[in-house]
Design a protein around this ligand. Structure first.
Ligand SMILES: NC(=O)c1ccc[n+]([C@@H]2O[C@H](COP(=O)([O-])OP(=O)(O)OC[C@H]3O[C@@H](n4cnc5c(N)ncnc54)[C@H](O)[C@@H]3O)[C@@H](O)[C@H]2O)c1
Length: 351
C-alpha cells in the first residue's frame, strides 16, 4: 500500500502512522500536513529516518499540491485526519479556518481522489456531527442517526462528510466516512481536556470544569481508533459510514476525579467555570457495525483506568516532548488559557 495520510502530524494521525509502520513495515506512508499550531513533527522523531516514511508540508485546500504528491509517490490509498479540531477555538476565535479545512479541504481531497483513481479514501470524522443526546436518553448514535451538528466545528466536519456522500453517489468515488468518539492517549496537543489537566495539575494549578461537569463523552484509546481505521482502510465498504467507540461513557466529573486520584490530588483542585456555549450534553456511540467486521477495542471500559494511567505517565515521562511544545507553541497554548480566563470572569460576574 502506498498511503497518503493528510494531517498526520496531529494527535490521531501521528498515532495512526506509528500503528501502521509497526504493523505493516513494508507500506509506504506519505504524511501531508500543513503544520498548523496543532501539527508537531516531534511526534515522528523516532521514524524520521525510516525509508518507508516521508513528510511533505502542504495544505489540503491546495488541490494542485495534492495532485502533485499523489502522482509523485504513486499513492493508491488516502486517509484524512487534517482538520481544525478545537471546539473552543471555533467558538471564541472565529470559524473560517474550520470551514476551509474541514469542508472545502475534504472536497479538494475528493477531487484529487477522483482524478487519480485512488482505490479507497477514508475520511476521519467525529460523533459530534450527530448533535447531542439528553443525559437520561438511553438511545445511541447509529450510522442512520440524522446529522445535526450544534457547534461550528461539528458543522464544518459535517460539511466534509456530506461532500463524501455526494462524491460517492454522483461520481462513484470510493470513500468511507468514520464517526469516532473522544480520543485519549499520547501526543495530544495540551489544549484538549486530558493533557491540559495533566499539565495544569503538574504545575500545581487548579483544573477548570465546565458547568455542572455532568456532560458525558465516550472515551476511546487513540490506538484502538487507529486499529479501527486500519481495518476500514482494508475492509470498509465504499459509500458506507462506520461509527467507532469503546462503550466507555464517562461524565467530565468522573473523568476529572479519576485523574486527580491517579495524580494524588484532592477535589479542592476542581474549579467550576461557565459552561461552553452550545455545549452538547451527551454523546453515545453504537459501534456494532464495525464490530461485525471483527474490530474490538483493547482498552474496553474496564481497562479505562489503566489506559488513563498509562497516558498520564506518558505525559509525565516524555518531558522533552512536553518542553518542546512549551518552547515552540507557548503562545498557542496560552490562547486557550485566555478563553478560560474569560469563562472564569463571566462566572464571577454572573454570581
Ligand atoms: N481528537 C478527538 O477526540 C477526535 C475524535 C473523533 C474524531 N476526530 C477527528 O480526527 C481527526 C484528527 O483529530 P486530531 O485530534 O488528531 O487533530 P489535531 O488538531 O491534533 O491535528 C490536526 C492536524 O491537521 C493538520 N492540519 C490542519 N489544517 C490542515 C490543512 N488545511 N491541511 C493539511 N493539514 C492540516 C494540523 O497541522 C494537525 O497536524 C480530525 O478530523 C478530527 O475531527 C478527533
Amino acid at each position: 500500500m502506498k498511503l497518503l495520510v493528510t494531517g498526520g502530524a496531529g494527535f490521531i494521525g501521528s498515532n495512526f502512522i506509528h500503528h501502521m509502520l509497526e504493523k505493516y513495515p513494508d507500506y509506504e506512508i506519505v504524511n501531508f500536513d500543513k503544520l498548523t499550531y496543532a501539527g508537531n513533527l516531534e511526534n515522528h522523531k523516532h521514524i524520521e529516518n525510516n525509508p518507508h516514511y516521508t513528510f511533505v508540508q502542504g495544505d489540503i485546500t491546495d488541490l494542485e499540491k495534492l495532485n502533485e504528491v499523489i502522482e509523485k509517490y504513486n499513492i493508491d490509498y488516502v486517509i484524512n485526519f487534517a482538520a481544525e479540531t478545537h471546539v473552543d477555538r471555533s467558538i471564541h476565535g472565529g470559524c473560517k479556518d474550520f470551514v476551509l479545512t474541514n469542508t472545502l479541504g475534504v472536497q479538494m481531497i475528493l477531487d484529487a481522489v477522483k482524478k487519480n483513481n485512488i482505490k479507497k479514501f477514508v475520511n476521519v470524522s467525529t460523533d459530534e456531527v450527530y448533535g447531542s443526546l439528553e443525559l437520561e436518553d438511553p438511545s445511541q448514535f447509529t450510522e442512520e442517526t440524522p446529522i445535526s451538528p450544534n457547534m461550528p466545528y461539528a458543522a464544518a466536519k459535517a460539511g466534509g462528510d456530506m461532500m463524501c456522500n455526494a462524491y460517492f453517489v454522483t461520481h462513484g468515488v470510493p470513500v468511507v466516512v468514520t464517526h469516532c468518539s473522544n480520543n485519549y492517549g499520547p501526543y495530544q496537543f495540551p489544549e484538549k481536556l486530558i493533557p491540559f489537566f495533566v499539565f495544569k495539575l503538574l504545575a500545581g494549578e487548579n483544573v477548570p470544569v465546565y458547568g455542572d461537569g455532568l456532560n458525558v463523552r465516550d472515551w476511546i484509546h487513540v490506538r484502538d481508533h487507529a486499529s479501527a481505521l486500519d481495518l476500514l482502510l482494508h475492509e470498509g465498504v465504499a459509500g458506507e459510514i462506520y461509527n467507532i467507540g469503546s462503550d466507555n461513557e464517562r461524565n467530565n466529573m468522573e473523568l476529572t476525579k479519576m485523574m486527580l486520584e491517579i495524580l494524588g490530588f484532592g477535589e479542592e483542585k476542581i474549579e467550576y467555570v461557565t459552561d461552553r456555549p452550545g455545549h452538547d450534553r451527551k454523546y453515545s456511540i453504537d459501534a456494532s457495525k464495525i464490530k461485525k467486521l471483527g474490530w474490538k477495542p483493547v482498552y474496553t471500559a474496564d481497562k479505562f483506568r489503566q489506559g488513563l494511567e498509562e497516558t498520564i505517565n506518558w505525559y509525565k515521562e516524555n518531558t522533552a516532548w512536553v518542553e518542546g511544545l512549551r518552547n515552540k507553541k507557548k503562545d498557542e497554548m496560552n490562547k486557550f488559557q485566555d478563553s478560560l480566563e474569560h469563562s472564569k470572569d463571566k462566572m464571577k460576574s454572573n454570581t
